[in-house]
Each structure stands twice: as C-alpha cells, then as structure tokens.
Design a protein around this ligand. Sequence first.
Ligand code: AMP
Length: 165
Amino acid sequence: MKNNKSDNKKGGKSYIIVVGCGRLGANLATALSDVGENVVLIDKSAESFRKLSPSFGGITLVGDASEMTVLNNAGIAKATAVISLTNNDNTNIMVAQLAKKMFNINQVIARLYDPERECVYREFGIETICPAVLSMKEIDILLPSIPLGYLEQEGGEVNQKIAEK
Ligand code: AMP
C-alpha cells in the first residue's frame, strides 16, 4: 500500500474504498480525498494511478479486487463505503456483494454496464449506476425537441428499454 502524500489529510469522517482507477475512479477518489475523506483506491494495474491528480492524498493499492486478501489489505472490515468502478461487471458485483453481505457496509455502489443486471442488484440493496441508462436520460434532456421517453419512466423501465434495443 502506498501513501500518496506525506501530509495525508486527516479528519475525514468516512473510510471509503474505491475500486478501479479509470477516469471515473480517479476523479471520484480525488474528489473524496479533496473533501477530507479517508480513501483507499485499488487497481490491478499500477499504471492506472498515473491518472490521479497530484492533490490525491489517499492510499493506493495494486491488486485484483476480486481477491479477498486484496480487500482485506485495503481495510474493508472498517470501510464505511465501497464503490466499485472497474470495467468488469462481475468484479463490481462480487465486490459489492461481499461488502454488503460479509462486511455489512451500508453504502455500497457498483457500476454495471449491463442495464438488465443493474435492476437485479438494485433490488438486493446495492446502489448501481449504469452509464448507458444515465447517458440516455442525459441525451433525452439535451434533445428537448425529440421526446425519447426515457425521462418519464421508472428506473427499471428505462433499463429494460435499453436492454431490449
Ligand atoms: P475504466 O474502464 O477506464 O473506468 O477503468 C477501469 C479500471 O478498473 C482499470 O484501471 C482497470 O485496471 C481496473 N480493474 C479492472 N478489473 C479490476 C480488478 N479485478 N481489480 C482491480 N482493478 C480492476
């Protein structure tokens, strides 16, 4: 585990594990760290941490987050929130389920590319974000002259609509 700054900010209220240091993961981890939260960021590739802003004051950990030892090393037992943002739905689901069921962590968020799965896991109490769903809603807003029908629908219906296309 690497502490990115010698003057690591203390006093954050939460201990947050972010999994996946792609664009989104790197931005989120930096934003959380900038507001004073304690952040541990996991990625299987050390190269990915190059995306981090110099202001990031959390901890980076190289490892495959689908391995229990890696999550233990990240301190999952004391985590207050786990946000899994890898590019692999199975990994994100696995991490989220472990965090929720084994460690009883309240705030668990998983990014899922597959809109059909997003609905299923939301029912299990795991907060999910699906880029395709969010994008369709945003495009619907940006094209007010063409009503696409994604805004009036419940989350599940939007997912189904996208999955069927
Ligand atoms: P992106 O698709 O740009 O959001 O990046 C996703 C990130 O997740 C990449 O940096 C991958 O190296 C990382 N990643 C993918 N699978 C795993 C895994 N099992 N454990 C940790 N990091 C992962």
